[in-house]
Every structure is written in structure tokens, then in C-alpha cells.
Design a protein around this ligand. Sequence first.
Ligand code: NAD
Length: 250
Amino acid sequence: MTNSTKIALITGAASGLGEAIAGRLAADGCTVVVADIDMDNAERVATELGRSASALKLDVSSEADWVAAIASVESQYGRLDVLVNNAGITTMGSIEDLTFAAFKHEFSIDVDGVFLGSKYGIGLMKKQGGAIINMSSAAGIKAGPYLCAYNGAKGAVNMMTKSIALYCAEQKYNIRCNSVHPGAIHTAIIDKTLAQSDDPDALMANFVASHPVGHLGAPADIAAIVSYLASDEAAFATGAQFVVDGGMTL
Ligand SMILES: NC(=O)c1ccc[n+]([C@@H]2O[C@H](COP(=O)([O-])OP(=O)(O)OC[C@H]3O[C@@H](n4cnc5c(N)ncnc54)[C@H](O)[C@@H]3O)[C@@H](O)[C@H]2O)c1
């Protein structure tokens, strides 16, 4: 199937990696739905993409929002071919420092968002098949002492991805589900993480030093692997972890 007939919904697409992914999938020919809680920037991104791109208000932690979002995509486009569960936050803190409320907030977005998006997205996608791409992280593979909630959340994304892939294969839905694991990419999430640190300069130096290639990644590096996974060229790839991290997890 050509990309020109594909409908792609990307969560957290108003900035950072999601914005880059929306731009790349639109350039590939997909019709893109820019979903986010930040409607000002979602509208900006959709307007910049032009063509048939649209902005959609979606809090990924809300089941009611997901039901409404998928109904909206169905009524507007009649199908869903690509779902990128990208929206996420990073909550810094050790097992001793983190409050239970902060831990649950992290999981409500990074884990509940992937669960709900996949659950309701599959309902529409299974009519013709498609691809689900879940944004995990290098931090879903390699742990850090002050990333307890984030490590836990991204680890959960990894295994949900594999279960979803197996289920869709068993059901013969022709839906592939893979996870993507970026190293540090300089977006707003990195700035917010630095702002939670007592010594942002030292943390940034540590980010750079932890990547054997000697620099952080760019959003386009991640958009490229998502483009592949969304395409028919990835027909045999499912349940797999695609690591794009400058060698960080080696
Ligand atoms: N930037 C990195 O270094 C890096 C590395 C590994 C993984 N990731 C993952 O990539 C994804 C995107 O990160 P980013 O760097 O682009 O972050 P970002 O902060 O630049 O963008 C995140 C977007 O998600 C949106 N968002 C936040 N909460 C939401 C919610 N409840 N519902 C819908 N949208 C919501 C924000 O409004 C924002 O537009 C996240 O899942 C993150 O964990 C990022």
C-alpha cells in the first residue's frame, strides 16, 4: 500500500520528536493527525504541514479522550494505518526521593498512554492492518539511579509492545507493533530534565559523555526509524526493539 493513502496519528506531536515524526511521515506522503494536549503548538504543526494534516486534542492518559480521538479519526478519514504512541514525560528521582503521586503521574502518561492508544487504535486499524510504533527509550534498556519511574515506565512499554505484537499476529490483524529506543535527543524533555537537576551543566556533560559517538542525537534521527517502521518495507518487523542511541546502551 502506498503512503499516500495512509492515515497516521502521532501523539505528543506538538513538539520535539513527535513534531519531527509528523513532518517526516507527512513528507513520506501520509495524512498526519497531530495529537497533543498543547493545542496551540499542535495547530501550528498541522498548519505548517499543510495538505490534509489536522490537529487533535488528546490527553493520552484519558480513556475518554482516546475513545473520542479514534471516533474522530474514523469519521474524518475512515481508517487508521499508523499509530505512533510518542507522548511522554521524564520524571527524575530515586526510589527514595520519588513521591507515589509523581510515580503514578509518570506511568499515567508513558504507560497508560501506550496501553490506551494501542487498545483503541487497534479497533480501527484492524479493518485493514497497519503499524503501531511505541516510543520507549534507551532508558527502557539501561537503568539509572535517578530514573526509577522513567526506567519502570519505559520497561513496561517494551513488554507491552511485544505482547501487542504477538496478539495481533495471532489474530491475523496484519498489525505490526515495535518499540523505538532513542538515546538523548535535544528536545524540550531534555531541558525539563536538566531543570530538575541541582547541577544542569554537569548533567548535560554526563548526557554527552554517555554516548560513545560523542554527541546527542537529532529528532530527525528518530523520525527516520519511525518512517521505516511505518512503511511496508518493515513488513517482517514486529515485537522488536529499535535502538537509535549513539551506542549508549552498548
Ligand atoms: N528527547 C529524548 O532525549 C528522548 C529520549 C528517549 C525517549 N524519548 C521519548 O520520546 C518521546 C517524546 O519526547 P520529546 O523529547 O519529544 O519530548 P517533548 O517534551 O519535546 O514533547 C513531548 C510532547 O508530548 C506532549 N504531551 C505531554 N503529556 C501529554 C499527554 N498527557 N497527552 C498528550 N500529549 C502529551 C507535550 O505537550 C509535548 O508536545 C517521549 O515518550 C520520551 O520519553 C525522548
